[in-house]
Design a protein around this ligand. Structure first.
Ligand code: SAH
Length: 259
């Protein structure tokens, strides 16, 4: 076990906590309890302000917000910050949008803590795909439409070299995180892989938040959909037959939301 700076002070624990897709009601009880009791919160930009407002006023907040083009704090510096605070005896609530282990770099942070013998606890969260699916009434699997679902990151460098063959198509659902900027390349890649240009797609912006929008179309029109409606991050793209389905309860509000 690591030694803290002061031998009388026990090393703190780093909690890697999933804050879910936005709606504070979608926090786990464990996440809510940790936030309510937190003294130090290190959070991403994606964490909803209403969730941060649940923490005590006396808590210290450190934002390590990232955006696609602007990295406020490099990942190594975030790792070092978590370790430094824990070794100084502070329990850290590291709040991340969605789930910490789904495109959340939680794996790297946990490894950095392990390397420094800092105790880590992982608290899962509702990943954007699950929140968006529920909020939009789009089932990710369906007995009649899809028995496989894949999550991919659209932002990755070397998108063209990634092998997505077999991830989308009949009976399969593809969910793309961080895919707005690369929507034209994604469309081209999938059509080149043999996917029908008529395959249904849905784009869900700000899923589970009051300003959520759900837009639907077909693969060939994906970029047009994103551009015409000026879709902004955070947004998810769902590709597959399920994207044309919707729960009856959501129908009225969805029609409203795309107007
Ligand atoms: N760990 C997070 C994902 C972080 S990557 C999770 O499990 O959800 C960031 C991407 O997640 C965004 O670019 C977007 O594609 C997606 N995302 C996060 N929150 C979202 C939301 N409320 N609505 C739509 N997409 C969201």
């Amino acid at each position: 076990m690591a030694q803290s700076a002061d031998p009388c002070t026990p090393v703190g624990t780093v909690h890697l906590v999933g804050a879910g897709p936005g709606d504070p009601d979608l926090l786990t009880l464990r996440a809510a309890r940790l936030i309510i009791q937190a003294r130090l919160i290190v959070h991403d930009g994606l964490v909803d302000p209403a969730i941060l407002a649940m923490a005590p006023r006396t808590a210290r907040f450190v934002s390590v917000a990232k955006s696609r083009s602007r990295h406020t704090m490099p990942q190594e510096a975030i790792n070092a910050l978590l370790v430094r605070e824990a070794l100084a005896g502070n329990d850290v609530v590291r709040l991340k949008g969605g789930d910490p282990f789904v495109f959340g770099r939680g794996g790297e942070e946990a490894e950095a803590c392990h390397a420094a013998s800092v105790p880590v606890q992982i608290v899962p969260g509702i990943s954007a795909a699950l929140g968006a699916s529920a909020a939009a009434g789009i089932p990710l699997t369906h007995r009649d439409a899809a028995s496989t679902v894949s999550f991919v990151a659209g932002q990755c460098k070397g998108l063209a070299e990634q092998d997505w063959a077999g991830l989308a198509g009949k009976g399969r659902t593809l969910v793309i995180y961080m895919g707005l900027a690369t929507a034209p390349a994604i469309t081209e890649k999938l059509i080149a892989d043999g996917l029908s240009p008529e395959m249904p797609v849905a784009v869900i912006e700000n899923a589970t938040r009051p300003d959520m929008r759900v837009l639907r179309g077909v693969l060939a029109g994906l970029d047009h959909l994103v551009t015409t409606h000026r879709v902004k991050s955070p947004a998810l793209i769902i590709i597959g037959e399920v994207a044309a389905r919707q729960g009856a309860a959501q129908l009225a509000s969805l029609v409203e939301s795309v107007r």
